[in-house]
Design a protein around this ligand. Structure first.
Ligand code: ZN
Length: 327
């Protein structure tokens, strides 16, 4: 019987899931609105019902062997989601245990950036690599570090929070409570803040002038830059410079073969990759110069978070081959 895993991506607006084989083919896909549930238990029950439907759909010839969950503030060790800023439930949510109890199969939970890193290793451009970093550029900046083929979790499950390392001690306020964190500059929100700053400081005409902060998005900034908009181009250059300088610092910790960039901002292509690579190389310790590749993720599509989450289970099973899996 062929094996499948479930990948669940818990987002602030929607929770998406897919039932996936080892090659990364999604056999069934579903979603429920995260925001519709006041009570966490009701959300879980809704999710479990949808999942049962999916498992029944793929039942013929297949066996679902585990569940992987990627979520902001997901903790690999405890299997809980802790005080996620994007969810309304602020208590510690023991999701991995609840899925194990409900379905009688292993459940692995981690934060969304770590799930993306394992997804890249199992299905994506990091296949065969043992040392790499994945940077996810969404509303914030997440990162996952793989060293010697193993995802770094750290003592408390929070390893690799590059998004909250310092760029400027008197800089922009961050959601984490600090100032000047990388993600306040390099993320979908960060580049919007930069556009607004540039519009305030300069008088050049720009098609982005007059667009409200809430309506502005990465795609609009990308398209404006491609049309030659001076402010949009300057915003990408500034974002890439800050990211490149930070990556030059970051590589000395783990000596990666490659850094993969994932998410909406990464889809701007050369607009973000060129300045990032230029400033990384200009600031890197000479020993590393020309040796660390900066590449797009192979998982830059709709199914990526699901694939990332499902890959956690393959990784877990591969590392526990021959063991009786405790549920
Ligand atoms: Zn921060």
């Amino acid at each position: 019987m062929k094996e499948l895993t479930v990948g669940i991506d818990i987002g602030g607006t929607n929770t998406k899931f897919g039932i996936v084989d080892r090659q990364g083919h999604v056999h069934f896909q579903g979603s429920i609105p995260t925001t519709d549930f006041e009570d966490f238990k009701d959300f879980f029950d809704g999710m479990a019902d949808s999942l049962r439907e999916g498992i029944a759909f793929v039942a013929k010839g297949y066996k679902v062997v585990g569940i992987g969950v990627g979520a902001a503030n997901g903790n690999y060790y405890t299997g809980t989601i802790e005080r996620a800023t994007n969810l309304k439930w602020k208590e510690s949510l023991p999701l991995a245990k609840m899925f194990k109890d409900e379905f009688g199969i292993p459940c692995v939970l981690t934060n969304d950036a770590n799930a993306a890193a394992v997804g890249e290793m199992i299905y994506g451009n990091a296949k065969g690599m043992k040392d790499f970093i994945v940077i996810t550029l969404g509303t914030g900046l997440g990162s996952g570090f793989v060293c010697n083929g193993v995802l770094l979790n750290g003592k408390h499950g929070f390893a690799g929070e590059v998004g909250h390392t310092l760029v400027n001690p008197t800089g922009r306020s961050c959601n984490c409570g600090k100032r000047g964190c990388l993600e306040t500059y390099v993320s979908a929100t960060g580049i919007k803040r930069t556009v607004y700053k540039l519009l305030a400081d300069h008088l050049e005409p720009s098609e982005l002038r007059g667009i409200s902060f809430d309506n502005l998005n990465t795609k609009m900034i990308t398209e404006a830059a491609l049309r030659g908009d001076v402010v949009a181009k300057a915003a990408f250059e500034y974002t890439g410079r800050i990211l490149g300088m930070k990556l030059a610092e970051t590589v000395v910790h783990t000596d990666p073969e490659a850094i993969f960039m994932f998410g909406g901002l990464a889809q701007a292509g050369d607009l973000i990759f060129k300045p990032t690579i230029k400033h990384m190389e200009a600031n890197i310790m000479p020993l590393f110069r020309g040796r660390v590749k900066v590449l797009p993720s192979a998982l830059s599509n709709q199914a990526a978070p699901i694939l990332g989450a499902s890959s956690l289970v393959w990784d877990y099973l591969d590392k526990h081959v021959g063991e009786t899996v405790k549920v």
